[in-house]
Design a protein around this ligand. Structure first.
Ligand code: DGL
Length: 271
């Protein structure tokens, strides 16, 4: 038996961890942030795959039978190859899940106009993962996407609630809505973006629903575990959470405490 592993390039996956722990506090969790190499958003497919696979292997080594990629960029660029090639040959009993499909599933129930917008990193938007997934699950739905390359650095550098962030937030939203004025639902397709939620609300027309992912990923994971009781039985349930980072623990502790509104202790790890 082992904990559920949650991985992100940096701090963003903490918004996923938070949503999951609120809904399922009984499980043990391990969080791994590759802060030393974040952001992943502008990196190539090959590099994101290589880094993500290293993190997944590390979480398996720590004893996690199930790993969630709490990162849209890693889910878009690495998940499929890990599921289809790496796991069958190397860890057939373990599972790796991402955050794009559960989010794509939920917009079918949320959008009335059936026009959906996605705000995400350059890598996620370029991969077209949301567009493909949503159009497959909800035929006839229109999807437009806008890359916001400055948003992750604003969050990683604790500038997300400062006045300087307003320009970039407004700019991303304006560019998205200029592509399609019928959009009534916007996916925050990067796990860092919930930290910018107050500013995003400020610059978004009121009729538009914003979809941060934590709650929906938690619901989807709960549903997955109820359907895969063999996996559920392999997960330890002691209510603990451990944090690992590839960067300095001081910086991780300071920023993670802001994300989680709680003090966390972390350990440095190399991948
Ligand atoms: N938080 C990650 C995501 O959801 C990516 C941030 C990054 O490293 O660029 O896409």
């Amino acid at each position: 038996m082992g904990p559920i592993g949650i991985f992100d390039s940096g701090f963003g996956g903490l918004t996923i961890l938070d949503g999951i722990r609120k809904r399922m506090p009984q499980y043990d969790y391990v969080y791994l942030g590759d802060n030393a190499r974040a952001p992943y958003g502008t990196r190539s497919f090959d590099v994101v795959y290589e880094f993500t696979l290293q993190a997944v292997k590390k979480l398996f080594e720590i004893g996690c039978p199930l790993v969630i990629l709490g990162c849209n960029t890693a889910s878009a660029k690495a998940l499929r190859t890990i599921q289809q090639s790496y796991l069958p040959a190397n860890a057939p009993d373990n599972r790796v899940l991402g955050v794009i499909r559960p989010t794509a599933e939920v917009v079918g129930k949320l959008s009335v106009t059936r026009h959906v917008g996605v705000l995400a990193t350059e890598g996620t938007i370029r991969s077209d993962s949301y567009k493909m997934e949503i159009e497959k699950l909800h035929p006839g739905m229109t999807v437009v996407g806008q890359a916001c390359p400055m948003w992750v650095p604003l969050v990683e550098n604790n500038e997300y609630d400062k006045p300087g962030a307003d320009y970039f937030v407004k700019d991303g939203i304006d560019k998205l809505l200029a592509q399609d004025s019928l959009v009534d639902t916007i996916i925050l397709g990067c796990t860092h973006y919930p930290l910018l939620l107050d500013k995003i609300r400020l610059y978004c027309p009121e009729n538009i629903q914003l979809v941060p992912q934590g709650k929906y990923i938690a619901e989807s994971l709960e549903d997955y575990l109820s359907r895969h009781t063999d996996m559920d039985m392999r997960l330890s349930k002691g209510g603990t959470c451990k944090y690992y980072t590839t960067e300095s623990t001081d910086k991780f502790t300071e920023s993670a405490s802001i994300f989680l509104h709680d003090k966390v202790e972390s350990e440095r790890i190399t991948l």
